[in-house]
Design a protein around this ligand. Structure first.
Ligand code: NAP
Ligand code: F7E
Length: 320
């Protein structure tokens, strides 16, 4: 039975990846940071099948100790300060966790067992002010937030440990991926939750920022499959993962409201508060390398993703 360590197990992707690896017969060790309240909402259905251990990307010793104790053959680094607006309010923390945290984990691998296969959760936010359309592995980066800058460091340190120490370290440059388990502050979930509340008479409006920015949105359940595939290859590498299409926030609103028979124009209010100091206007992936090499194919379309999220929030809120 192979053992995998997942950092960020309590997050959206951590929960889907844990499900996938348990199904594949892995012993799954999930690293969670200490908190004063339980934070296992997304993985409560898995708690009998996985082991939760305490550790923090800011604490080198905890990472070394976990690798020594559990001897994983694969490590998936999904932990990060992942909310872009917070990265302007807490840029140093974002750098410490999202950038330097990657080095701490790679150092732990180097000292404990350099044969461990490593996955780094890199991001399309690294493309930022895009230098090429669509974006592929060779597209130059131009990050537009402290988060994007930190992810760029995480990506390059992963490539560097691959080249310097021959560690099997792969970087997945994933475009936005969403689900009913997405955090409520991200725009897709904010919209699906807001639509459900308006439909059920619990809210009157949704306040949003820039409706014109365009994202390449896919389903998180499909994207964790790509992470696993990257660690099953003969060689470590970097791959762009996305749907190869782009949609504006406005279009997400339109489909989500129309799904429950409403017109978004009557309920969406634009609010300066949600605009960013520097915006990423347009992201669209070219995932042809991942499709050819990893044989990765997404199963959920953009429209299916939007309606899945709205239906899920409606069901959750109706249950009370
Ligand atoms: P998420 O829901 O925000 O989850 C982030 C996870 O990181 C949570 O489990 C969080 O724990 C943990 N964490 C934060 N700081 C930590 C620390 N100092 N030590 C240990 N754990 C810490 O993010 P996600 O959407 O699942 O994304 C997973 C990864 O992929 C992230 O690295 C993200 O930046 C990256 N990514 C995401 C997307 C996307 O569209 N979702 C796209 C590209 C890349 P708590 O629960 O305690 O907060
Ligand atoms: O914003 C616009 C906002 O916060 C998407 C993270 O997972 O994906 C995510 O980063 C767009 C932006 O995601 C609101 O200005 C409008 O243009 O859902 P988001 P993100 O910033 O793209 C990447 C790939 C990651 O790696 C990150 O970890 O939507 N927008 N109005 C809004 N955004 C939010 N959050 N809230 C609004 O009210």
């Amino acid at each position: 039975m192979p053992t995998a360590l997942i950092t960020g197990i309590t997050g959206q992707d951590g929960s889907y990846l844990a499900e996938l690896l348990v199904k594949k017969g892995y012993r799954v060790i999930g690293m969670a940071r200490r908190s004063s309240t339980l934070n296992t909402e997304r993985i409560k259905h898995l708690l009998d099948d996985i082991t939760i251990v305490q550790g923090d990307l800011q604490d080198q010793g905890s990472l070394l100790a976990l690798l020594e104790e559990y001897k994983p053959s694969e490590v998936y680094n999904l932990a990060a300060q992942s909310f872009v607006p917070t990265s302007w309010n807490q840029p140093a923390l974002t750098g410490d966790v999202t950038a330097l945290g990657v080095t701490r984990l790679l150092e732990a691998i180097r000292f404990v067992d350099p044969k461990i296969r490593f996955y780094q959760a890199s991001s399309s936010e690294m493309f930022g002010k895009v230098q090429e359309v669509p974006q592929k592995e060779s597209t130059p980066f131009y990050p537009r937030s402290p988060y994007g800058v930190a992810k760029m460091y995480g990506h390059w340190i992963t490539v560097n440990y691959r080249e310097s120490f021959n560690i099997f370290a792969s970087s997945g440059i994933l475009f936005n991926h969403e689900s009913p388990r997405r955090g409520l502050e991200f725009v897709t979930r904010k919209i699906s939750d807001g639509v459900a509340r308006i439909k059920l008479g619990m809210a009157k409006e949704i306040r949003l920022g820039n409706l014109e920015s365009q994202r390449d949105w896919g389903f998180a359940g499909d994207y964790v499959e790509a992470m696993w595939l990257m660690l099953q290859q003969d060689h470590a590498d970097s791959y762009v993962i996305g749907m190869g299409e782009t949609h504006a926030v406005r279009e997400f609103c339109e489909i989500a409201f129309a799904h429950v028979g409403l017109d978004y124009k009557e309920y969406v209010v634009q609010d300066e508060k949600f605009y960013r100091p520097a915006e990423v206007d347009l992201l669209i992936s070219d995932p042809s390398r991942a499709r050819a090499v990893l044989k990765w194919e997404p199963s959920v379309s953009f429209r299916e993703l939007v309606t899945m999220m709205v239906d899920s929030d409606l069901a959750r809120l109706k249950k009370g």
